[in-house]
Design a protein around this ligand. Sequence first.
Ligand code: KIV
Length: 287
Amino acid sequence: MPRRVSIHDLRAMKQRGEKIAMVTCYDYTSAKIVDALGFPIMLVGDSLGMVVLGHESTLRVTLDMMIHHCRAVSRAAKKSMIVIDLPFASYSSSDLPTSLENARRAMAEGGAQAVKVEGGRRMGPVVGTLVASGIPVMGHIGLTPQSIHMIGGYRVQGRTKEAADRLIAAAQALEEAGAFAIVLELVPAPLAEQLSKMLSIPTIGIGAGPACDGQVQVFHDIMGMYEDFLPKHAHRYGNVAQVIRQAAKAYKDDVEQGRFPTAQHSFDMDSVLDGKIGGDTPHGGAK
Ligand code: KIV
């Protein structure tokens, strides 16, 4: 049984200068592929609200939805560390008991090894409370999509001296509170480089340039599965939507033209009498 990646492994990777690859995962099938490839971290991100469930933002995602998807991922992921996003308004420094209970559910019911929370200095008490209860916490600063209505749009953060100073203070506060890593989203590359040098915990960038200790991307963006839009920071490594379109069309055409199923996919009476048909294979099919 392979050992699972721990927060100590991630810090050691930073110290050795090894880049940390992280990707979102929302289901069993993709998590199995990602785990086998040896990604140190997979994130059950609340971006699932957009790329899986079709909402306009991440704000509609509930803790129950996050746990549902995380359980599927945790059935597949045996080596990667699974980080689960605590969703919108499920944590706050003004209600630490509820924050702790929700993080406990995310870990215990979802099967994650860590949680991620969005926000800067104001998240210090939340991070401190969770860490004190044995819950590893990843911070997330810069563009924090759960606060989109406070921020006023999906734009790069920390561009002015004051804004950069606020991000520096936020990163320091999160490290001091005990976060084991921090996601930097839509942060100018020079500022992300400064933060990565300043912190002893790893920084994981998304739209934050190449100097971060690691990178995270949304699975559906890099696979070319989500076609509504492609963020500037993402690169399509595949064109899975096109592969699905071609395969689905070929199947539809075959059914409509009577080319599928063939004898190869069908069963004769002897098979039935031999008792070979039953629910003993995946999807309840027969061998
Ligand atoms: O939900 C998500 O996918 C995220 C990443 C963009 C970091 O939080």
